[in-house]
Write a protein that binds this ligand. Sequence first.
Ligand code: ADP
Ligand code: ZN
Ligand code: ZN
Length: 759
Amino acid sequence: MRSTKAMLTSDDSSPLILKLALPATLRQLFDYLPPENTPTSLLRPGIRLTVPFGHRKITGILVDTADHSDWPIEKLKYTGPIYDLDPVITVDILQLCRWAANYYHYSLGDTLSQALPTQLLQGYDLAQEAHICWRPHPKPDPSIVEQLHKSRASRQKATWEIMQAHANGAAEVALKVLGAETIILKKLEKKGLVETYTHVPKKRPFHSYDPILKTSELVLNHEQQQALESITSVSDQFNTTLLHGITGSGKTEVYLQAIHNTLKQQQQALVMVPEIGLTPQTLERFRSRFNVPVTVLHSGLNNRERLNGWLSAFHGEAGIIIGTRSSIFTPMPYLGLIIVDEEHDLSYKQQDSVRYSARDLAIYRGKLRNIPVVLGSATPSLESLYNARTHRYHYAKLTQRAGKAKPPRLELVDIRGKNLNAGLSEDVEEAIRETLERGEQALIFLNQRGYAPAMTCNECGHLMDCPHCDAHLTLHRTPPHLHCHHCDLQQPIPMQCPHCSSSRLTLVGQGTERSEEVLAQRFRDTQVLRIDRDSTRKKTALSEMLAVIHKGEPVILVGTQMLAKGHHFPKVTLVVILNADSGFFSADFRGPERIGQLLLQVAGRAGRSHRPGHVIIQTQFPENQQLQQLVIQGYDAFADSLLAQRQLLGLPPCGYMALIAAEATQSQTAHQFLGIHAHQAQQIINRQNLTGTSGVRILGPLPAAMEKRQGRYRALLFLHSASRGPLHGLLNQLIPTMESSKLARKVRWSIDVDPQEMG
Ligand code: ADP
Ligand code: ZN
Ligand code: ZN
């Protein structure tokens, strides 16, 4: 029977058990028996194997081997064949994923799924990556060579010349770039002049190119120099530097020079950027500075492109990887430096599946590899600032704009009782006019796409709401429809109120489309460019608009967050923030921090060249203390007072939090599920004496801020503690009871450690 076969595969008489991670939510490893007659030397952690799972065949990852299983051996199944000779999950990525699974309380299988390109998860065979290569025949017939020289076959002659220059052979793809053609190579092969062979790419020591620099470096100013030293002084040791530099202060230049140092030591650098922060200009700065392959990994790539990027890192070919959140899992055998740009950005936190923070994983990875980590931002997260203030991180500050630019002047404009035209006050219109007259550009920021965020009936007050969400429908003009931004429902614009049939329907508030329209009417001779998710849907649209902006003619830009990040618009000297208030009154305790960061990021677009910038922030609450502090004293004072508040309340980063969310088709099911587990959590707390100042407190269940979303009701349970240990201890005990709960079949629940958004 099976068990006797298994006995034979192991060195001694007890069978070897494979502990596999499978793409399943169950927080456990799965026991299998190895394929028959497999040498144990091939069973290395991190390789992929096919495994039977139910009626399906799926890809599993070997995590460990053991000589014991808690299951009877005869119940265990055999795996299918091994895919990889070389583990695709490298040692440090496996460690990183184990840590992440443990810390964020997800299954290792799900976590490993984040780490691999889709094609590898689907079982793609890397042996197919073998390159077809060509080399000159070692002993060609001299008469045939002579014949070729005399003949008129110019393409053959050209290809033969290329081959002569590659006596050791080269990949067909590389030869094609030089002008060789496959059919011609085949003709030469028939004549016995060249021969083909295959080459399986192998990891090789990363060689940085000589010279490493393509263009020379800028001379750093004193602050930049100090920042660089903080990063590079001990480059073979783990340390984290928070590089806090206002926009335009030359952070990127510091990154570039730190990377140069890394490349000189024949090591690779990983540069992380926010989801929409990677502009063509940024990429160009890296590519034009260094003579090494720079690989980009972001969500816009197709599966094949993503795999190619991953492979170039895996084989140690790429010198620099620039990527968004999931690139933290890229295997890099010679990793020597990790940079997280705009470290405060929300896109580093995954909001579904495994809710990890790529920034925090970057620090853990730096620790594993014993290399420096740099967190850069003009508006650091309170978490990172706190770590810098408590000396867990080095802190380097850039207070001056590099080059000639000066920081912009910030001004609050009180819009109470003022006549607004589509959200624009007269002051703002005047400022725009003056800017255009000086031949400069203006940028209008509002965080609302579409034409108007709500539509209402003047007769009965009925609001056009989404039937599936607790949200108003946004009216869009291009093309005309009502749109729910939460569940994507789209429906025609009604002519009459569905409630009272009145035709007196009006629009409430403004979105980018409406501002674009009004600005175009007011400034007839000026081009207005709208930049938001809708207007940039076509692949080339954004680059076309950027080209217009960079031509430098006076234009007005209207846009959302997409405009806030990374872009360098030398001609923009006026930035207008239509409304600064929403974040300060948010139910989320991070609201003020986020709005403060956003305001300064947007403001940072102003006056990045020699002309001074002016930022106008419209508000209905000009006496709001936090807003004043931000505008008058700046981010440091603002952040410090927010930190003091958090300290007082024990909120992150001065305390730890986990959020359990449940959603169900009935509101009460979600509440009931969380209610049961809140009760259980309280019992655990009481039993283990996790009370008092360092204990765990429970808040909820509460309805989520938007309770109904996509037709499901969401409820939340907050767990909160002054120290990490008790919180995680409680979660470890609570989760198994949640997994096995009968109600769990009726609810979707998730756990979010260090949540960044409060549901
Ligand atoms: P950040 O990344 O902080 O926004 P950048 O690195 O993009 O800042 O620098 C802003 C501008 O200043 C860029 O045009 C850059 O070329 C220039 N710059 C940066 N450092 C220096 C320097 N040391 N000397 C002169 N110009 C500099
Ligand atoms: Zn009505
Ligand atoms: Zn909806």
